[in-house]
Ligand binder design. Sequence first.
Ligand code: MG
Length: 163
Amino acid sequence: MRIGHGYDVHRLVPDRKLVLCGVEIPCEKGLLGHSDADVAVHALMDALLGAAVLGDIGRLFPDTDPGFSGISSLTLLDSVMELLLSRGFSVGNADITVVAQWPKLSGYIDEMRSVLARHLRVSPDRVNVKATTEEGLGQVSTQGIAAHAVVLLEEKRNKAVNL
Ligand code: MG
C-alpha cells in the first residue's frame, strides 16, 4: 500500500463558478484558476500522484498550456487515474477536507462523494469528504478555499519486485 497527501489553495473572486469535488455550488463568488479551479480535486490529484511517486499536477498539467484553460478538473482526474491504473495502482480510500469559511457545504457532501468515487473507480463508501471553517481565524479560508487530501493506493504485488 502507498499513502499520499495533497494540499491546494485558490482565491475566491467574483464572476467565476464555484466547483468543489466536481459539484457546482451556487455562490456569488468562485475560485480563480487556469482550469475550473476545483481546489479539492487538485488536492486529491496531488495526493494520488504523491502516493504513486509521480510528481504533481503542476508538472502533468502546466498552467502555461492553453489546452488546460477552463478545463474540468474531473477530466484531469480521469487522466491521473488512467496513469495510475496503467502502473498497476488502484485506490483503497480517499479522505478530503475542504477548508472554507463560506459557503456552507454540508448539503453537498453526499453528491461530492458519489462524483469523486465514480472518477476514482471505487464505491462511495471508500471516499470521505469533510468541510470545516477556521472559525473566522484563517487568512486563507476567508479569502479563498483550501483543501487537503489523503489517499491510500493499493499496488499490484508484482510491481514491487522489479526494483
Ligand atoms: Mg490548484
